[in-house]
Design a binder for this molecule. Structure first.
Ligand SMILES: [Mg+2]
Length: 208
């Protein structure tokens, strides 16, 4: 049995982190619309959020003291552990580390820093930061291990891609109250969950 967990909006309150970044730029005189517009531009440009690219993009709208802003952003990133959903810690304490794999999409150093600073690495036997379709990584995981695989993820497309390729994977679509993909519906998920509470029973009842 392996339990593969996504990072953003599954175990980590990415929305909460972005709200803290937003506050910094509101104080600088930007408005919310400009902030999210640049956020989307950044994601479009590199497929992911990156601090440096975001700062450069928003700087082109209106100049500010980059050094000061970077310091404020780093201060928030350094306390990334505060954005880990509390139910994560109960959940991981129910399973052996060998069973747990983190599979996060990321194309930047920023994603790595965020995960490292969140302090969750020690709970996983393997940490995979991928820039591929997660179905590719899940296929490799399935080849490597015998037994059932649980996949916990908030993105409907990622779940459906994995289920199409690997129908035996048991998928759980996470819908956090503040998640980023709450509106997207998965066609193929086995379960829909709102948090990681009470999953121990379901997972332990699965054939190993
Ligand atoms: Mg996610």
């Amino acid at each position: 049995m392996k339990i593969v967990l996504d990072f953003d909006d599954t175990i980590f309150n990415t929305y909460g982190l972005m709200q803290e970044f937003l506050k910094i730029f509101l104080i600088e005189g930007f408005n919310e619309e400009q902030f999210w517009d640049v956020y989307r531009q950044c994601k479009k440009k590199i497929g992911d959020f990156d601090k440096d690219i975001f700062v450069d993009l928003i700087y082109s709208l209106k100049n500010f003291n980059k050094e000061e802003i970077n310091k404020k952003i780093d201060f928030i990133i350094n306390k990334s552990n505060e954005f880990v959903y509390r139910d994560f810690f109960d959940f991981v304490s129910s399973f052996k580390k060998e069973k747990l794999i983190l599979l996060s999409f990321g194309t930047t150093e920023f994603q790595k820093t965020k995960i490292e600073n969140s302090g969750i690495s020690k709970y996983f036997s393997e940490i995979i930061i991928t820039s591929r379709n997660k179905a590719d990584d899940m296929e490799e995981i399935q080849k490597k291990y015998n037994g059932s695989i649980v996949f916990i993820e908030d993105k409907a497309k990622a779940i459906d891609d994995v289920k199409k390729r690997l129908p035996n994977v048991i998928a759980m679509k996470m819908i956090r109250a503040q998640g980023g993909h709450t509106e997207t519906k998965s066609e193929l998920t086995n379960y829909i969950i709102q948090d990681l509470n009470k999953l121990e029973g379901i997972i332990n009842n699965l054939r190993d």
